[in-house]
Structures are given as C-alpha cells and as structure tokens.
Design a protein around this ligand. Structure first.
Ligand code: FAD
Length: 459
C-alpha cells in the first residue's frame, strides 16, 4: 500500500492524494441510505494523462478505481464497494470550447453544472444547457453518464441523448475518443458511427474513466414563463401530458404531487415551462398550451393555477432551489430518491404506489415525474428525506426505497441510477443473454475487473 501511495504521489503531487482517515471517511459515503465503504486512497488528477497513469498503475496492482464527480448520485454509486482508489475528477473542470453555431460545449469531466451555467451566462448568453435540479456542484459527466435529465428534457430528452461524444481512459489505460471527435476536430455528433459512447453511459463507472465530453446547447430565449395545470384525478394525468407535449412548444414538463404544503395535497400539478424570443411569441405559446387542455377547463375538471410573481419566480429557477430545500427538510442531511423510468400510462399506478409507501413508512416524501422528449417516457421519482442522525428515520427511508424499487420493477418500470442491490434486482429480470453480453463487454474492456467492482454484478 505504501508503494502505491508513493506512485500516486508521483503522478498527481503530494497535495492531491490522501490515505488519511478524514478523507477516507468523507469519500466512504454519500447523502443516501447506502452503508459507507472506505477507500484506501483518494486521488484528484488534473489531466487525462494523469488519469491514464493512475489507471495503468491500478491495473498493474489490481486495485479498484471508482470515478467520482460531485458524489451526489445519492444511490451510493461512488462508494468504493471493494476499497481501492476514489478518483475525484473535480480538478479537471475546464470548459474547453463552446461552438455557438453548432450549439455544443466541450468540457472536462469534472466541470460542474454550475460552472457551465455561469460560463454560458457570461460568455455566450444566447445559449443554455439542460440543467438538472441537483446542487450546482454536480458534474456534467456524472449526470450525463447516469442518463440524467433536466430543464430542457421535454425539448431534448435524457441528458445522455444530448451527448455528442466523449474521451475516456479505458481500464487497460488506452485513451479513446468516441463520436465525431474520433475523426474530426468538431465534436458535433455521435452519428453516423457505431455508437461506442454507449459503452460508458448507464454503466456506473464500470467501463472506464470519462475525461472529456461534448454536450448539446440550446437557445436561451429572453422571455420565460410557466403554467401549472391542476387536476385531482391521477387517471387524467397521462392524457394531460399527452395533450400538452403534443403541441411541442414546452421546454420542460414535470408533474409534482406532495402531501406538503397542505394546499397542494391531493392535487396533481403539471408544470409546463416554455420560453420565447418575444412577448407575442410567449403569449402565442401560452394560448397553444391552453388550447391543448381546453377540454378539461371547459368540463371544469382541471385548470391553470394562478401564480403570484414570487411563486412563478421559484418555478422558473434552474436548478429548482425548492427541491434542495426539501432534501434537507428533516435536517441531518439525509436524502435519496428512486427515480424509475417508465411509460407515461403508468402514472396513476406509480402515484398511488408512492403515496401508499410514503404514508405506510411515515416518511417525509414527495413524488413527481419529469417527462422525457415529446412524452416518450418519464422519470417518476419517489423522494425521501431523512435525518441521518436518527437510525429509525434512516431505516424507514431505506425500507421505503427498497420497496419502491421492487414495486417499480413489478409495474414495468426500471429504477434509474439504481443502488447496487437494486441493480441485482434489475439483472434478475433482465434477459439472460443481455446480461451475458454486458459481462462479455465488461471483461473485454476490463479483464482485471478494477472498474467500480460490485456494481452491475450479481455477486
Ligand atoms: C436535490 C437534488 C435534486 C436532484 N435533481 C436531479 C435532476 O433533476 N436530474 C438529475 O438527473 N439528477 C438529479 N439529482 C441526482 C444527482 O445529483 C445528479 O444526477 C448529479 O448530476 C450526479 O452527478 P455527480 O457529479 O454528483 O455524479 P457522481 O455521483 O459523482 O457519479 C455518478 C455515477 O457516474 C460515475 N462517474 C462520475 N464521473 C465519471 C467519469 N468521469 N467517468 C466515468 N464514470 C463517472 C460514478 O462512478 C457514478 O457511478 C438530484 C440530486 C439532488 C440532491
């Protein structure tokens, strides 16, 4: 271990490697319910070449490596289940290029959501990227690689669909570029090549370390608005979503249902965020959205909620600070959610299941859904806040999460960014040949099994 430490020190410098108990403690856990696992080393590289040297060393010594961005995935995916090195990518945070004409940005893997947002606001105000509601320190790579979603997901789908290409260090140490950047100086697309970038998306860091990526940007229009359509009956929500997304002028369509505040209890709120270049265009879009749900307004079973300006401002924020506040509602810093990806028609079932589990475990819970693309599917979330200093609160949240994962799968959904135990549940239901292919690819890429071991594995 001493020898490995010295070699790591040579690669990144003494300030950026640690085997001290305080660092090992901090990097052993995340805000969720998963048990802590101690790393042996925490290392912060500053370049692709340093990442490459660390990977080659880990390969030679057969030491596990866990790539980490903001460490905010909440489902424990950056805990080193088998010890080894946590590779904290936050020093690699440069924004390398913004192409205004073809609307993409190339960033290093540790660049955070907040950094790209601030950079665009200052240097390219006509452009924006799709921002998740996670705290701004969450990284671009960490989010894209788990199929994240955000404020432009109605317009552009999952963030992984906005990925134009990437650079990665393979578990055996080679540096690869995937997408148009493998051939051209431009990072404009993954098409028309065989889509090898998929080897890194959804794999929870088990196939290599992504060091750079290109992400699509979108017009940042000066006029923004949000409408909140409210109905009582959850059975109506799939049709409301279908109608609203059918007119295709929104940027983000989300539903939220929460037992608190009390005025919100029992209602299904569907937020439709949209933007425009002129006031006239904004009004035109507002009318079009209204016309899509006019039937419900005329039948007096649904309507738009009047929004006083401070409330409207809150619903226009990206990231939404209300969510971060809910995450700490119990104090003590515990927060985790199951986000299950599923078809829109499962909404009523998913809602009832969330309400039932949340009440039964007496949990501080909130449910909601973000629509992907033009209503092609949704990420339905069941969020639980808990106090980490209160063991019974943690246990209740843990059991509620486990059950939610199980029921989401039984319903026909798939838990997103699943915890290691939930990955096993997914594998049990997976076509065995699909799992066989996953394993073959993984042993081809990572013959010594050093990349985030314990994830996407049965044992
Ligand atoms: C209040 C709150 C709200 C949230 N809202 C949203 C939301 O709206 N949308 C959303 O998508 N998420 C949301 N999240 C979940 C999560 O915070 C984000 O998805 C976040 O972007 C994850 O990024 P990260 O940098 O923290 O990833 P990490 O937790 O560091 O990593 C995630 C996974 O990616 C792997 N990984 C990270 N970097 C690399 C790399 N360079 N190479 C290879 N593998 C890598 C890790 O090993 C891990 O498996 C929310 C979280 C909170 C706390």
């Amino acid at each position: 271990m001493e020898e490995i430490y010295k070699e790591l020190e040579k690669i990144v410098g003494p300030e950026y490697v640690s085997n001290q108990p305080e660092e090992r403690f901090i990097y052993s856990r995340d805000p969720g319910t998963m048990e802590p696992c101690n790393p042996d080393f925490v290392v912060m590289p500053n370049s692709t070449e340093e990442v490459q040297k660390i990977v080659i060393l880990a390969n030679r010594k057969e030491v596990p490596i866990v790539p980490m961005g903001g460490g905010l995935v909440l489902s424990g995916l950056t805990r080193p289940l088998k010890g080894g090195i946590v590779l904290d990518m936050k020093r690699m945070n440069r924004i390398l290029e913004v192409n205004e004409t073809s609307r993409y940005a190339v960033v290093e893997a540790g660049a955070s959501q907040g950094m790209l947002q601030a950079h665009l606001k200052k240097h390219h105000p006509s452009l924006k990227h799709s921002i998740p509601d996670s705290p701004p320190i969450a990284t671009m790579a960490g989010n894209v690689l788990i199929h994240g979603s955000g404020h432009l997901s109605h317009a552009g789908g999952f963030h992984s669909e906005m990925l134009n290409g990437l650079e990665a260090v393979l578990p055996t140490g080679e540096i690869v570029r995937l997408g148009s950047c493998s051939i051209s100086p431009y990072w404009f697309s993954r098409a028309p090549l065989p889509d090898l970038a998929g080897l890194f998306v959804g794999w929870a860091g088990t196939t290599g370390v992504v060091t750079k990526l290109a992400i699509r940007l979108f017009p940042n229009r000066p006029f923004n608005d949000v409408g909140i359509f409210v109905v009582e009956d959850p059975e109506l929500v799939p049709d409301v979503i279908h109608r609203v997304t059918g007119v295709g002028v929104g940027e983000d369509v989300t539903a939220w249902m929460s037992p608190k505040p009390l005025w919100a209890r029992g209602f299904q709120h569907i937020n439709i965020n949209y933007s425009a270049d002129t006031k006239e265009e904004l009004i035109w879009k507002r009318n079009l959205i209204r016309s899509s749900v006019l039937k419900y307004i005329n039948d007096k079973i649904g309507g738009f909620m009047p929004l006083p300006p401070p409330m409207k401002k809150m619903f226009l924020e990206a990231p939404a600070s209300a969510l971060v506040r809910f995450a700490d509602v119990r104090k003590g810093g515990g927060f985790e959610y199951v986000g299950a990806i599923m078809p829109i028609e499962l909404f009523p079932k998913a809602y009832r299941m969330g309400e039932e589990i949340g009440e039964r475990y007496d949990a501080a819970y909130s449910t909601g859904a973000r629509v992907m693309g033009l209503g092609h599917c949704m990420m339905f979330f069941y969020a639980y806040a808990f106090n980490r200093a209160d063991a019974s609160d943690v246990e209740r949240a843990q059991r509620a999460l486990e059950e939610t994962n199980q029921v989401a799968l039984e319903m026909g959904g798939i838990p997103w960014k699943a915890e290691a135990p939930a990955q096993k549940q997914i594998i049990q239901r997976m076509d065995p040949n699909t799992y066989g292919l996953m394993n073959r690819l993984r042993s081809l890429l990572d013959p010594k099994g050093i990349m985030n071991p314990g994830n996407w594995e049965v044992d």
